[in-house]
Design a protein around this ligand. Structure first.
Ligand code: ZN
Length: 179
């Protein structure tokens, strides 16, 4: 079954308000599923219900996450993404950065004492931190191209091609600041 699902669409902070429930209150997270391959775009709080859904099945235990940048609304769900705590799961996390260590540091920084009770070392899944910046790469059926987005810090957009169909994921792009 192939589909694209928006698990979270909010920016800046979760919006658990009755007035926002028609399209949900979680911050950004999009799931692209093609056959038995799962690609997750951003790790906002929408990734929490996605993780809760994934652990109810045992067919797929290998997922790839593409992070556009490290603002809280794009990564704050990761500490609550249950598969990270389960041995046997494999997560490839791509993000902007010049080294794998830098990417790990940017993700784990939100979990260090005193901001969070447990640190990234408690993650028991097989986690790979991978450089997405200015790269072109493939995995499973996905061909991924990256490009820079106008937004504070290094922010990436992703162009994803699967079976001759393409989607482009661009978040937080500030068109108004362009010449
Ligand atoms: Zn941002």
């Amino acid at each position: 079954m192939n589909y694209l699902k928006f698990w979270g669409v909010r920016g800046s902070y979760p919006a658990p308000f009755g007035s926002h429930m028609r399209i949900g209150g979680n911050t950004v997270c999009v799931e692209l599923r093609v056959d038995d391959h799962i690609l997750i775009l951003d790790g906002g709080t929408g990734i929490i219900p996605l993780g809760n859904s994934l652990i109810k099945q045992d067919k797929i235990k290998d997922v790839t996450i593409l992070l556009t940048h490290y603002h809280w609304d794009h990564i704050s769900g990761l500490p609550f993404f249950v598969p990270v705590f389960i041995p046997g799961w494999k997560l490839n996390i791509y993000g902007p950065g010049n080294s794998q260590e830098e990417i790990k540091k940017r993700i784990s920084g939100q979990m260090i004492d005193p901001y969070f009770p447990i640190e990234v070392e408690t993650w028991l899944a097989d986690i790979n931190y991978l450089i997405a910046h200015k790269a072109e790469f493939e995995f499973g059926p996905f061909k991924v191209e990256t490009f820079n987005v106008h937004h504070p810090g290094i922010t990436l957009g992703y162009r994803i091609t699967v079976h001759d169909k393409t989607i482009v994921y661009v978040s937080d792009h500030e068109l108004g600041f362009l010449d």
